[in-house]
Design a protein around this ligand. Structure first.
Ligand code: GLN
Length: 452
């Protein structure tokens, strides 16, 4: 009730929720109360968790912030939703995002604007901007986002909260509306590192419905996080990649905050060593071939027949496709579909998608080598703090370049996290990114916990 009251009072200004499910949430909360009274509570019983609006929820609209799916009501729950329900969570509603998760500011939502709770003239980051703003503004206690190239970590950084992109395969993608299937991962966005660990325990694990989810045991993240309590970080080695720390165009205040964070890690006993990720300069190019290619294929299903809107005035099937897709998709989504269709077309596949996949392997090799001499890597999560709404204008290239620090983790499949590490002079939050070995989310949580 407190969360629903707060949404009613504040969300008119923030714009985080696309759908608020008052009735469903209150009924689930009553059921949670009853279970608690019987001593049957789970780890998240009664806790309100917001969901990015690309996670399928049975009987509740799932729009992907697109005109295409504006009225789409799924007939089943995503696996993460099923798992959260089993752990006792309650869902106040569905959160705004860039259309089909394509963007870095949430301004590409076709349905509404979300504002950064720290400064309402600024964007919250994206694409999981609604998920980040909702947690920052106490419109839920935790949320889920999805991260294809930074969409959990970057908005977490801009909104001063914790966000984790798990290892590819750690969390089932069943029921996540696909953007780029080989890069997408669902992950938690929370107020604290401990909450992040709690959410990770609830959503991780193998799912027979997602063949890319990995049959590995889910660690007890919360107790692992605290196992060396009091010992600081002695014995741990932090990788400092020159390619990230000497990158051009990074805001000096962001650099100052992450430099202080590095000093904090050293004061806790960690040893910093230089590492090299020489293929970093190709990450943006490789990502912006691979992600649009996979998107063009995934979004072919919105044909006016099977899902979402259906528009036809002219004659025949082609008219149906053309009109539905012209009206249903926004500019950024169309741009990606066109780039992806071009890159995958006959005669170009080898030159673009295959080449980008080869670069992807080189990027993975860089990380594998770097992790031979360090336990985890740190960098800024984003090159600048949250900008003003409307400021990025219509310059897609500028937007793509701002993903420089986050994309590589998705290309390599490794886990990444953003944890608040300071503020700019104007009071805007700055996030420190932590990158780890495959399936070693526990180390990231253990380190991030020292920033609480
Ligand atoms: N900003 C990146 C893009 O536009 C990443 C998006 C994401 O992680 N979903 O593709």
């Amino acid at each position: 009730e407190a969360v629903l009251d707060r949404i009613a009072a504040v969300d008119g200004k923030v714009g985080a929720y696309i759908t608020v499910d008052n009735e469903g949430a209150l009924a689930a909360a009553d059921a949670a109360d009853a279970r608690l009274a019987k001593g049957e509570g789970g780890p998240l019983t009664g806790l309100p968790v917001g969901l990015k609006d690309l996670l399928c929820t049975k009987g509740v609209k799932t729009t992907c912030a697109s005109k295409m799916l504006e009225h789409f009501v799924p007939t089943y729950d995503a696996t993460v939703v099923t798992k959260l329900k089993a752990a006792g969570a309650v869902f106040p509603g569905k959160l705004n995002m860039d259309e089909f998760a394509m963007g870095s500011t949430t301004e590409h939502s076709a349905l509404q604007t979300t504002r950064n709770p720290w400064d309402l003239t600024r964007f919250p980051g994206g694409s999981s901007g609604g998920s980040a703003a909702a947690v920052a503004a106490d419109l839920c206690l935790a949320s889920l986002g999805s991260d294809t190239g930074g969409s959990i970590r970057q908005p977490a950084s801009h909104c001063g909260i914790v966000g984790m992109k798990p290892t590819y395969g750690r969390v089932s993608r069943y029921g996540l509306v696909a953007f780029a299937s080989s890069l997408d991962q669902i992950g938690p966005m929370t107020k604290s590192v401990e909450d992040c660990a709690l959410m990770m325990e609830a959503i991780s694990g193998h799912d027979p419905k997602d063949s890319t989810s990995v049959p590995k045991e889910v660690p007890a993240y919360r107790s692992l996080m605290k196992e060396d309590e009091g010992k600081g970080l002695s014995g741990m080695t932090v990788g400092i990649p020159a390619e990230y720390w000497q990158a051009e165009g990074v805001d000096p205040e962001v650099m100052a905050s992450v430099t202080e964070a590095k000093a904090l890690l050293e004061s806790l006993g960690a040893r910093c060593v230089p590492v090299s990720l020489p293929h970093t300069e190709y990450a943006v190019a490789a990502y912006y071939v691979i992600a649009p290619s996979e998107a063009s294929s995934n979004l072919a299903r919105y044909d006016g027949v099977r899902y979402g809107i259906s528009e036809r005035e002219g004659e025949g099937l082609l008219a149906l496709y053309k009109q539905t897709r012209s009206e249903g998709f926004g500019e950024e989504v169309k741009r990606r579909i066109i780039i992806g269709t071009y890159a995958l077309s006959s005669g170009y596949y080898d030159a673009y998608y295959k080449k980008a996949s080869q670069v992807r392997t080189l990027i993975l090799d860089d990380f594998t080598k770097a992790f031979q001499s360090c336990d985890f890597i740190i960098s800024p999560a984003a090159p600048s703090p949250a900008g003003k709404i409307g400021e990025e204008g219509d310059d897609p290239l500028k937007m793509y370049l701002s993903d420089i620090f986050t994309l590589s983790a998705n290309l390599a499949g490794i886990p990444g996290m953003s944890v608040p590490c300071g503020f700019t002079g104007e009071g805007l939050p700055v996030g420190l990114q932590l990158l780890g070995r495959h399936f070693d989310e526990a180390t990231l949580l253990k380190v991030a916990w020292h920033f609480e």
